[in-house]
Design a protein around this ligand. Structure first.
Ligand code: COA
Length: 374
């Protein structure tokens, strides 16, 4: 059986960040301006007053304290409430390609690979910047990689589904060494004027190198023992932005063209689905629960991860067994579990086993069993 490894990872973290305190202050100023401007309508019952947000709620409900963003100023301006990203000409690198290249260079260095060694690029993320040409092909060009490239989107599970696709491609022989990038500028699809979700997302880009074990030079490689991806249709996390918006005469600012979710329902439905997925997956691979040294879980909500970890391990996981990064990064969609893996894997010993698992819109969930290789 061919051994495929993740031989390197990289994380690009934006320079700017926003604390809960700063975010809540901006939202509450916006809400007060809105309520004051609409006070007559609110008094007459024609409009509903916006309720204020709170730091205590955000931390307690999600575990998030901070998020990194590509533009802080626009998000925190109560009269703007969205990031402002420079419009670039077609001759300049697109912003997604630019952050992908930054993360990719780190992953390539980590894996000891040059562009010459890589023969395929997959951009796997929730929030693609444009319809075409594929961002992946631009990343390929900017890095000077030969071969082929394509984009794929399975929302928060894009990265794990890309790992499965890339491992299968290497096994089949269609590529030898694959670069996966997960650029997630989630602040672009978030409605910062919506109290229920304004705190959820942050921006980041992660990258990974996948190749055969025999070609890997890195001394921190993880064999992909097995992958298991599942999907089950749900409207509980949805964004209707798409290429038919013009045909459907959608107004550009329709609320449903940004991220929407029924958070409570997602929580209740996804926790059992993911716990079952991981338990089934390790069972099918005849791996005992006691052999699992680490769970690198999707980073959406700390309580969700606590439930899943407890269900899978049959006890409360120690902090180091299930590292969370969402207190610093918030939810970064497909990149979250990859950040956790990238930042918390170098203490793993040879033959230690861990599970990388994402879950999110679709619903979609991907479980990847990894073993540190000597
Ligand atoms: N500040 C203060 N109060 C707030 C608030 C805010 N920013 N946002 C919502 N509230 C209020 C609600 O209006 C509600 O009030 P009510 O009880 O009077 O109706 C109350 O707090 C509880 O809101 P609810 O949305 O039920 O909170 P929750 O405990 O479910 O937490 C999430 C919300 C989104 C953090 C949580 O449901 C979650 O993370 N779900 C999983 C989401 C997920 O994984 N999504 C994948 C995305 S890719």
């Amino acid at each position: 059986m061919e051994q495929i490894v993740i031989s390197g990872t990289g994380v690009f973290t934006p320079e700017e960040s926003i604390t809960n305190e700063e975010l809540v202050k901006a939202y509450n100023t916006y809400a007060e301006i809105h309520n004051s401007a609409n006070k007559n309508d609110i008094r007459q019952g024609n409009k509903v007053a916006l309720e204020l947000s709170s730091e205590e709620f955000i931390y307690k409900a999600s575990g998030i304290k901070n998020r990194y963003v590509m533009d802080k100023k626009g998000i925190l301006d109560p009269n703007i409430m969205h990031p402002i990203l420079e419009k670039r000409s077609n001759d300049e690198p697109s912003i997604l390609a630019e952050i992908s290249v930054k993360a990719a260079k780190k992953a390539m260095e980590n894996a000891g690979k040059t562009a010459h060694d890589i023969d395929a690029v997959i951009t796997a993320c929730s929030n693609l910047e444009r319809a075409y040409p594929a961002v992946s092909i631009e990343v390929q060009e900017l890095l000077g990689i030969k071969g082929f490239a394509f984009d794929m989107n399975v929302a928060c599970s894009s990265a794990t589904f890309a790992i499965q696709a890339a491992a299968d491609m290497i096994k089949s022989g269609s590529a030898k060494t694959i670069l996966i990038v997960d650029p997630e500028i989630c602040s672009g699809h978030l409605d910062f004027k919506d109290r229920d979700c304004h705190f959820i997302f942050g921006d980041v880009c992660t990258a990974m190198i996948l190749e055969k074990k025999e070609s890997a030079k890195s001394n921190n490689s993880f064999e992909i023992l097995s992958t298991k991806c599942i999907t089950q249709f749900s409207n509980n996390i949805r964004n209707n932005f798409g290429f038919l918006n013009n045909a459907k005469k959608s107004i550009p600012l329709d609320r449903d063209l940004l991220f929407m979710q029924e958070g409570r329902k997602v929580f209740k439905e996804v926790v059992p689905m993911v716990s079952q997925l991981i338990s089934d997956h390790i069972g099918e691979e005849e791996i005992k629960v006691e052999e699992i040294k680490r769970l690198w879980l999707h980073q959406a909500n700390k309580s969700m991860n606590d439930f899943i970890g407890k269900k899978v391990l049959g006890r409360v996981p120690e902090d180091h067994e299930q590292p969370n990064i969402l207190q610093d990064y918030a939810n970064t969609s497909s990149a979250g579990s990859i950040i956790a893996f990238s930042l918390f894997n170098d203490d793993m010993k040879n033959d230690d086993i861990g599970v990388l698992c994402s879950f999110g819109a679709g619903y979609s969930a991907g479980s990847i069993i990894l073993k540190k290789v000597p």
